[in-house]
Design a protein. Structure first.
Length: 246
């Protein structure tokens, strides 16, 4: 396994809590898309599986599917593996892989792939490699399901509270802002706070690069690899399906 520079090394303790709202808010269009995947066509890959919330949704919608959950972040993968092992509905049919998607040992034929909140980690060159590798692996009728998160082009994003969750006596709050950092990139600045009453008892500041991408640009770069791009669900979800043209 190649060395992985984990952008979530410091923030992973907060992410599974704070991403829960995204999965709940978009559950219906995600589930509708997953239900369209062909049955028995090969394992469904959950790429960038995080703590496994998407893995669990795939398993709920496709109760017969084998699932390969790929997550290179060690702390996130720890949550993923524990959640999988503790759930009898997952333990026998979910395999957890610790490589990043560019290095993972994927099966020759996959019945679909979910890339939720992931594509911005890949540069245009890396995305070209992905489409080249993934297109021939898609079984007939299978597709890649991904989302494009705002901003779709480099622009400043004012500091916004993205999540607030109370567990026991403590409240976990996440803040985010972004600054353009190149022609196709933004630099996200995240602050995670743990509060108890009126006190902030812990605070972590992290930042990471994110490659922006519009739906039109996605279609332009996927087309040479024999993929067509179709929007799915409400526009605010930013969901797209990538299917082989043949």
């Amino acid at each position: 396994m190649p060395e992985y520079d984990d952008p979530y090394a410091r923030s992973a303790q907060y992410l599974d809590l704070m991403i829960a709202g995204w999965w709940e808010h978009h559950r219906v269009p995600l589930a509708e898309a997953l239900a369209e995947l062909p049955s028995g066509a090969g394992p469904v890959v959950d790429a960038g599986a995080g703590g496994g919330r998407g893995t669990r949704l795939i398993a709920d919608v496709l109760p017969e599917a084998r699932i390969l959950a790929v997550e290179p972040s060690l702390p996130l993968r720890t949550v993923l593996l524990s959640r999988t092992a503790d759930d009898p509905a997952l333990r026998d049919r979910v395999t957890v892989d610790g490589d990043d998607l560019l290095s993972a040992r994927l099966p020759d034929r996959v019945g679909g792939m979910v890339m939720a909140n992931l594509i911005g980690h890949f540069s245009p060159h890396e995305r070209d490699r992905l489409w080249e590798d993934l297109s021939p692996r898609l079984a007939p009728g299978a597709f890649i399901l991904l989302n494009l998160a705002a901003p779709l082009e480099p622009e400043r994003v004012e500091r916004t509270r993205m999540s607030e969750i109370t567990v026991g006596d403590r409240t976990y709050v996440g803040w985010a802002r972004a600054e353009p950092s190149g022609p196709e990139r933004v630099d996200w600045h995240m602050t995670y706070e743990i509060r108890e009453g009126d006190r902030t008892i812990a605070s972590d500041d992290v930042h990471y690069d994110w490659w922006t991408l519009t739906g039109e640009a996605l279609a332009a770069e996927a087309t040479p690899h024999g993929l067509r791009v179709l929007p799915h669900g409400p526009a605010e979800a930013g969901l797209y399906k990538l299917l082989r043209r043949d």
